[in-house]
Design a protein around this ligand. Sequence first.
Ligand code: ATP
Ligand code: MG
Length: 463
Amino acid sequence: MKWNRVDMKLGVTMLSIFLLVFALLGFVTDRVITKFYIQKSHEENMELAAHFLKMANTQHGINPDAITTMAEFSKVGIHVLDATGAIASRSSNMEQPLEQYLTPSMLHVLQKGQSIDTEITTATGQGFIISGLPLMDRDIFQGSVIMTASLAPIVAFLHNIRQLLLILCIVGMVIGLAFSFVLSRKLTKPIQQMVTATRNIAIGHLDTRVTVSSKDEIGVLAASINDMARDLERYQNTRSEFFANISHDLKTPITYLEGYARVVAERLYESEEEEQQYLMIIHHEAKRLNRLINDLFELSKLEDGQIRLEPETLNLVPLLERILSNVSLNASQKGIELCLQTPASVIQIWGDEGRLEQILVNLLDNAIRYTDQGSITASIEPGTEQCRISIQDTGIGIPEVELPYLFDRLYRVEKSRSRQHGGSGLGLSIVSKLIELHHGQIEVKSRYGQGTCFILTLPHRPH
Ligand code: ATP
Ligand code: MG
């Protein structure tokens, strides 16, 4: 038996609570009922004594037969005392002499004109209620009526009640136990499932998932474990993909460089134009390689927090105009129209000029790369605290399922797509890291086959 298990702890706690509650409840109920019945018997006894006293007073003595009939009927013992304190008459149902019940001190109390109402236990261990009322005439003791009622029927009755209470407590406990067992099982089963799942995830079974069967905290935890497993799985896949892509992307230009350099070195060309063409290929591939390596370095430095911004307040419109004119050649070569929509006023932005240029060039470069025809519109929308810059194209678009992963490093929509366009899938990861450094945000909206819009939010003023 494992005491360290949550269901065990929960079960034992609940059991202790049930025990405590039932014990308290039983005790209090027992006390209340006992008190109620004993008090009621005292009152009845006293009432009877008062009734007899009245009879004795009016008829100057009571017929002994009447006393016995009354005593049997009321199940009490009745004694009538005379002025000397001796027994004048008594009911015949009393097994023991009055001295067994009535002590001299009680008699003394009665002779002083006071009533008695008490309980005694006889030598045989029986309990009795003794109620006595004095008969006085101008402060002189004339006699007394004393009632003795056995406590045995009450004790028997209370015994039955206690037994009933005990049975109720046991039934309650059994129901409570069964309930707490089912509840703790229900609560801990998903937890145990999660423990197994996290162990499996830890040893590398990243396809492990937990069933989310509720919407409470446990359900949220299960969903989080599933998210974590999914992220890890994706991370592992992208990492393997990352290395595969990197090796491929590095190998392709190196193979070209090696091959064409050998052709040139061994003069395996036929004309000077051919040589020139090979040299151009070598140049182009070397540039591509250089860019890829630079991007990788840049991203790794950004991820390590090694890049510091040199921010200043900048005038956004001329900056964007300059960037657009820089990329306009690429756009016009593809027949794409570049538009700029800006408000007339001066718009200030807080950032590192070089880095902002890098962000915008990356986004515009993508827009041109992944648009075959139509236009690209850059627009500025100033706000109170932040400024929105959007770059909308009419290109091939991105499927909705790919959008959440777009900013992951080396993530490329349809792997063949970027290779065909020469991209390595690093651009947007660098952009998102740079935006983060500027305390800004980036979001993307896209309709597959219709176009994409990247929206940047950047602060107007320093933080
Ligand atoms: P590079 O590192 O050279 O920028 P890349 O352009 O492939 O390579 P990212 O800029 O990170 O990499 O873009 C990631 C992927 O997102 C791209 O491969 C492309 O499939 C998709 N993408 C990015 N911008 C657009 C766009 N404007 N329209 C359609 N798809 C886009
Ligand atoms: Mg890109």
